[in-house]
Design a protein around this ligand. Structure first.
Ligand SMILES: [Mg+2]
Length: 386
């Protein structure tokens, strides 16, 4: 236990696809896939549950998704619309607590420990939030409640879609024990295979195994993984009031070294992150790529710009350069790719440039115009070219 924190994890169900079904009621109950076109080696950003039944999932190449589910309606990403709804969801959270840590547009942790006196127990707050999102916005959220972040996130996923799961002290191990070891954060495909080969399939089997036997497989991660397996996680909810970074990352269903595929995932992440920067009136100086290989080794590659920016094309140029440099030197299969920015300052608050760069001014106007167009004509959302 991590003291008596009350953490809520809210995760919107098939967010981008659900928004499309909301905005085009004719799509309700139909297979909807949101993402880049297969002709341009696009990838799936989100799939409705109707499409998931055919095996479609996010980060899958669009060509493969369309083959699995040819009847699906394929739509482009409308980031501006999703971001707008994300802000409205965030505003609902703020009615209950300022302690909000957004993980992406459709997912956040809330620490409601200090809100209980005002609003009642965490269960009531979680219910209210879920109901308000549904009645005000017409969207379905899955909610998980527990005493820490790991368990809260696990809980929100246990009964998706439309889930509402609370993990208490007295049901914690009963919930954890039968789950596959891969449900623990940090246990990927390779580690799962190694654990399975050693006869360890479930979290319960893992916790009953002596530490020294696990160290051979888990190395210096052993204690950390055992802590999670027993439901211990000390990380605090980091409120976005003191945002130090904005990032987006994607874990792949299968490890991949396909350069074009990885580049298109990265482009999508850069677009999302730069959009969130502009929406928060922030600019960033440092960009970081996170690359995790199939052996669970995580590398980060950072680049610091001369001047802070919120421009998609500058961040994209630099992110692509950093990625291609890494790829040229040490290409290998990845299981996770992430893009983040840090060194944040409020737009226009820094030293700034003495003379505005006319090219940059032009790009700034272009980004603004694109944001506006996306907001207005979402269906035909424009994408930055690669
Ligand atoms: Mg979600």
């Amino acid at each position: 236990m991590t003291g008596n924190r009350h953490i809520i994890h809210v995760d919107m169900d098939a967010f981008y696809a659900s928004v499309e079904q909301l905005d085009q009621p004719g799509l309700a109950g139909k297979a909807v896939i949101v993402g880049g076109p297969s002709a341009q080696r696009g990838v799936v950003s989100a799939a409705s549950y109707e499409a998931r039944q055919f095996g479609v999932h996010s980060a899958m190449p669009m060509a493969q998704a369309v083959k699995l589910c040819p009847q699906a309606v394929v739509l482009p990403v409308r980031m501006a619309r999703y971001a707008d709804l994300s802000r409205q969801i965030h505003a609902i959270f703020q009615q209950y607590t300022p302690q909000i840590e957004p993980i992406s547009l459709d997912e956040a942790f809330l620490d409601v420990t200090d809100s209980l006196g005002l609003f009642g127990c965490a269960e009531k707050i979680g219910r209210d939030i879920k109901d308000t999102i549904k009645s005000n916005l017409g969207l379905v959220a899955s909610v998980g409640i527990a005493s820490n972040k790991f368990l809260a996130k696990l809980a929100s996923d246990l009964d998706k879609p439309d889930g509402f799961v609370i993990i208490y002290d007295n049901n914690r191990q009963a919930i954890l024990d039968p789950l596959p070891v891969s449900r623990i954060w940090g246990i990927g495909a390779v580690t799962t295979r190694a654990l399975n080969a050693a006869g360890l399939q479930t979290i319960g089997q893992l916790t009953r195994t002596p530490g020294h036997a696990l160290t051979r497989i888990l190395g210096n991660q052993t204690q950390h993984i055992l802590d999670l397996a027993e439901g211990r996680d000390d990380r605090a909810v980091e409120s976005d009031r003191d945002t130090k970074s904005i990032s987006s990352e994607q874990t792949f269903a299968a490890d991949t070294e396909d350069r074009e595929f990885l580049v298109s995932i990265l482009l999508h992440q850069v677009e999302e992150v730069s959009y969130r920067l502009r929406a928060s009136h922030l600019q960033a100086r440092t960009l970081t790529l996170k690359l995790r290989d199939s052996h669970f080794k995580t590398l980060t590659r950072s680049h610091t710009l001369d001047h802070p920016t919120d421009l998609t094309h500058i961040l994209w140029q630099e992110a692509q350069a950093v990625f291609l440099q890494w790829h040229a030197k040490s290409a290998r299969a990845l299981r996770l790719l992430g893009f983040g920015v840090s060194g944040l300052s409020v737009e226009g608050s820094g030293q700034g440039q003495l003379f505005a760069d006319p090219e940059e001014e032009k790009q700034k106007k272009l980004d603004k115009a694109l944001d506006a167009i996306r907001n207005r004509y979402g269906k035909d959302a424009l994408k930055h070219g690669q």
